[in-house]
Design a protein around this ligand. Structure first.
Ligand code: GAF
Length: 390
């Protein structure tokens, strides 16, 4: 898992000539609990995946950022660092260019650089490949420039790249997961105080595992529905007289909203915040096998995302139902919604039956076959040792 360092070094050699100064790796993420809670200043509990984005990079003497990607053969982006502005770079290159722009806006002297990018993450699967691309770029540029930037500040900078440069109105979860996670842990992030804590998370030790099901319905965050959900949550908070929905501690308070749609949106957010804390309490308890309880919360969250927040999609609902019928402890859609992946928690001996049941349910509907990936709580973004394989 994770892109081959040798392959990305070779890509650098063939596209730019010479040798990269280093290879940086940033993971994608899955989210155990807390969906659409980050931009409501609530709680999230993501973890870094083994899969991610690698950047082989070298410093340049001039003020240009030159990019190529194994996933975009024949495409080379060459941008001047001076004069970068939102809207000037489009497509995939907007994410790395946006990082250079956001670092400069934060007062850092960004060096010119060549970056060769490689990924082992399916695009559009809702596993935050764009945040991983931003974070790999951020680590490469800061280290090449000798800039010491705290990972929390880097999370804010990379989020700014995504929001203000690439024009995607996301919250802080994905960049934080990529930069702050720890192997064998989930990351509890309070999106109001930005405090984090590491929660031990090792389903394998109890004979369970996490299965990601890429439903192959493509997830596109920049589409309007995500922004519409944000606006609905802000409106609900305004009507309830609180700075954000995080300030509601009793779900009964949402009953004061006259509009049934806003009531449902707010109910999801308050309940999902609560579910994050319940999952954390289970993971931290020493009460035997906590995974059936976590599974129930996952399935509850899916119903809430489907019925109250209305961001699920038909392939996700079918995958969740088929996984549960085949014995999964719990399952839910993850990420922004309207396409992407489902996370299922399964006993190891139910892994095969769950995969077959989901694949059959898709085949019966003549949908493209789903893709199954292992989700292993992994380490955060880092520079790979220079002698890493390849
Ligand atoms: C996407 C966004 F990028 C995150 O910030 C978060 O809002 C998530 O959707 C929903 O929880 O991944």
């Amino acid at each position: 898992m994770s892109p081959e360092p040798g392959a990305v070094r070779e890509l650098f050699r063939t596209r730019f000539g010479g040798t990269a100064d280093g290879v940086w790796l940033a993971p994608g993420r899955a989210n155990l609990m807390g969906e659409h809670t980050d931009y409501n200043e609530g709680f999230v509990l993501p973890f870094a995946l083994g899969q991610g984005i690698a950047a082989a990079a070298a410093r340049r003497a001039d003020r240009r950022l030159v990019l190529c990607s194994a996933q975009e053969p024949g495409c080379r982006a060459d941008v001047a660092l001076d004069g970068l502005a939102p809207g000037r770079v489009t497509g995939w290159a907007a994410y790395p260019a946006g990082v250079a722009w956001a670092l400069a806006a934060a007062g850092y002297q960004v060096p010119g650089a060549c970056l060769a990018i490689d990924s082992d993450m399916p695009a559009g699967a809702g596993l935050s490949s764009s945040a991983a691309l931003e974070c790999a770029t951020a680590l490469a540029l800061t280290e090449l420039g000798g800039l010491a930037v705290d990972p929390r500040e880097l999370a804010a900078i990379t989020r700014r790249a995504e929001n203000d440069f690439a024009g995607v109105p996301s919250g802080i979860m994905d960049q934080s997961a990529s930069l702050l996670s720890r192997r064998g842990h989930a990351l509890l992030l309070d999106c109001r105080s930005l405090e984090t804590s590491q929660v031990p998370f090792d389903p394998g030790a109890s004979g369970s595992r996490l299965l990601l099901i890429n439903t192959r319905a493509r997830h596109v965050l920049s589409a309007g529905a995500y922004g519409q959900r944000r606006a609905e949550c802000e409106q609900a908070a305004r009507l309830l007289g609180v700075p954000s929905l995080r300030y509601l501690t009793d779900v009964a308070d949402v009953g004061r909203l006259a509009d049934p749609v806003l009531r449902r949106r707010a109910r999801h957010v308050v309940n999902d915040d609560q579910r994050v804390l319940e999952v954390v309490a289970l993971l931290r308890s020493s009460d035997g096998d906590v995974y059936p309880g976590i599974g129930r919360l996952l399935t509850e969250a899916h119903a809430s995302l489907r019925d109250d927040f209305e961001v699920s999609w038909p392939e996700a609902d079918v995958a969740v139902d088929a996984a549960l019928a085949a014995g999964a402890l719990g399952a839910r859609m993850i990420g922004g919604g309207f396409g992407g992946s489902v996370l299922a928690l399964v006993r190891s001996d139910a892994d095969e039956p769950v995969r077959s049941a989901v694949a059959e349910a898709f085949a019966r509907r003549s949908w493209a076959a789903p893709e199954f990936l292992e989700a292993t709580p992994s380490a955060s973004a880092r520079r790979l040792p220079d002698d890493a394989a390849g």
